[in-house]
Design a protein. Structure first.
Length: 162
């Protein structure tokens, strides 16, 4: 008789402890909404979450390195497509650099280029596959508008000849 071992996923920290108020653990998504989106003070967040102000302060300190000033976020969002294009150009250039080709994996460079290309395509509303529904709908709309314009022109010409 053979026995088969089965791996069972067990989180390092039970979800209940991480998200239940009143036990010293903080619901991080809720804290972020309260503090960053609703603009509550640390004391107000603590009261809302049922934890101490010190616990909120410690958690926010751990999250601080992830947060960026609003101006940086807006600048990134407004320039993301250009950033992706620049990354594509840089990666494509590196793929062709003879020195880099000797030391770097071409597969790694190609993978990075493909990922960057896909990110830019998505940001521009273009397809990462063979068919882009938005482009097809846009083309169909343009054609429909052109047909309507031609029909209107034909009707105008016919009305003028009568």
């Amino acid at each position: 008789m053979s026995s088969t071992a089965v791996a069972v996923y067990q989180p390092l920290e039970p979800t209940v402890e991480r998200t239940c108020p009143g036990n010293g653990k903080i619901d991080i998504p809720k804290l972020m909404k309260l503090f960053f989106m609703r603009g509550l003070t640390k004391s107000e967040c603590a009261r809302e979450l049922g934890v101490s102000v010190q616990a909120v302060d410690q958690r926010l300190d751990k999250l601080a390195h992830l947060m960026r000033p609003q101006e940086e976020i807006i600048a990134w969002d407004e320039n993301r497509t250009d950033f992706y294009k620049s990354m594509e150009l840089t990666l494509a250039s590196e793929m062709l650099d003879p020195v880099k080709l000797k030391t770097a994996s071409v597969n790694n460079l190609a993978y990075a280029l493909r990922q960057t290309h896909d990110m830019r395509q998505l940001k521009e509303g273009l397809s990462t596959g063979n068919i882009n529904h938005n482009v097809l709908v846009g083309d169909a709309t343009k054609l429909s508008n052109e047909v309507q314009r031609m029909l209107d022109e034909l009707a105008r010409l016919e009305a003028g000849s009568e």
